[in-house]
Design a binder for this molecule. Structure first.
Ligand SMILES: [Zn+2]
Length: 399
């Protein structure tokens, strides 16, 4: 029978399906998973394998655990330089003001990223992408936002796509021109927003350089009116919407994003119940970023119980960036989500698989082991998937 001629078959391991129909990890002990044309063709107990199957390759999992490939749904992976000097200065007693005056902060990364050539930027980003891959990641979202001018933003998005090709990672790109106001537009935020809407978003949409548009909506960044203009423009060009919202204060960005049917709102430490209700209604995923919470030594926890109460899907991500979350291990983030935010290991794993897929609008294709989905898998030398959250930091996998 033709449909049982598989390309690849995994046997003798535990499958962690995360099938949404199962209220737990969806474990199948002594399972088997077959792949045909890069899609999951069959999965179940090994003893239930059809009698007439054949497979080109058979892989013995040796009792290891096979999960869906992990998804890092919020990163700023492409940047030049780093901010270790700033980190050191701060720990030696310098204030944020002093650091800003000496040219530190986000604009120092913007400067370095603008100066870097395409190849230099690629070369500096590859190690970070490799580390993510080693922590089980098969899909990564990458935002622009350290160029803040036409050529540099385009360069970042192209580097992001190239990373995917070179490393065999699925990359989804997000245009975050509204990350910060560049020096050329100092005190002219409106002009900068108009530039993004008139000159950048149309080109980015037409050249298919980004899947989503994101805004850092915050008292210290872009206000609600400016955020709305970007969302309107992105919607007009058919791009999906994401939002850095309610990280440092509550300005209502989440409710605005919900009105635009955003796929995700990210950070959310200061989100209130009205905001939670709004995203529950709009089907928006809440993306929590414990790395930035940890690095900034924040105190305000995101409203986890309210998100649970209103059944909002919760994703977690590295937020890999040089200023507030220089982390390239998604399993470390799973541990942080459990220790700092009190997520359960099941919630943490869903947060980097099926719910992270939702945060990218890809839940029908990736994020769980189900027949017909893309065969992205990660194989772990563990006995139970809770170990992924329990171990602090390093845990390598093969994907
Ligand atoms: Zn971010």
């Amino acid at each position: 029978m033709k449909n049982k001629e598989w390309d690849q078959l995994y046997v003798n391991g535990t499958l962690c399906t995360l099938d949404p129909a199962d209220s737990s990890f969806g474990l199948i002990k002594d399972g088997a998973l077959a792949i045909k044309d890069n899609l999951i063709a069959w999965l179940g107990k090994r003893s239930d394998l059809p009698a007439d199957y054949s497979s080109e390759v058979e892989i013995n999992l040796n009792q290891q655990v096979l999960t869906p490939g992990l998804i890092d749904c919020h990163t700023h992976l492409v940047y030049a330089g780093n901010r270790a000097d700033e980190f050191e200065k701060r720990l030696n007693g310098a204030t944020y003001e002093e650091i800003a005056k000496s040219g530190g902060g986000i604009l120092s990364t913007v400067k370095a990223t603008r100066q870097a050539s395409f190849d230099e930027l690629l070369e500096q980003t590859i190690p970070r992408a490799k580390q993510l891959k080693e922590s089980g990641v098969t899909t990564v979202e990458i935002k622009s936002g350290y160029g803040l001018d036409f050529d540099s933003e385009i360069k970042i998005l192209k580097v992001a796509k190239k990373i995917g090709e070179l490393l065999g990672l699925r990359v989804k790109t997000t245009f975050l021109g509204a990350h910060s106001i560049p020096p050329e537009f100092k005190n002219r935020a409106e002009d900068y927003i108009n530039f993004l809407c008139a000159e950048m978003i149309p080109v980015i949409a037409n050249e298919k350089l980004a899947d989503f548009v994101d805004v850092f909506s915050e008292k210290i960044a872009f206000n609600l009116e400016q955020t709305k203009k970007i969302f309107e423009c992105a919607s007009e060009y058919g791009l999906g919407i994401k939002c850095h919202a309610e990280q440092l204060s509550n300005i209502g960005a989440t409710e605005l994003a919900a009105r635009f049917k955003a796929v995700s709102v990210d950070h959310l430490e200061f989100l209130d119940e009205d905001g939670v209700k709004a995203i529950a209604k709009s089907g928006t995923t809440a993306v929590l970023l414990p790395g930035a919470f940890y690095f900034l030594r924040e105190q305000q926890l995101p409203p986890i119980d309210l998100l649970r109460k209103h059944e909002v899907p919760i994703a977690i991500a590295t937020d890999c960036n040089p200023g507030t979350s220089p982390v390239t291990s998604l399993t470390l983030i799973m541990n942080m989500a459990c220790t700092l935010f009190r997520l359960t290991p099941l919630e943490a794993l869903r947060g980097v698989t099926i719910n992270a897929a939702k945060a990218l609008g890809m839940e029908n294709k990736i994020g769980s082991l189900e027949v017909g989905k893309i065969a992205d898998v990660a194989i772990w030398d563990i006995r139970h998937p809770a170990e992924l959250s329990y171990s602090i930091g390093f845990r390598s996998s093969s994907t």
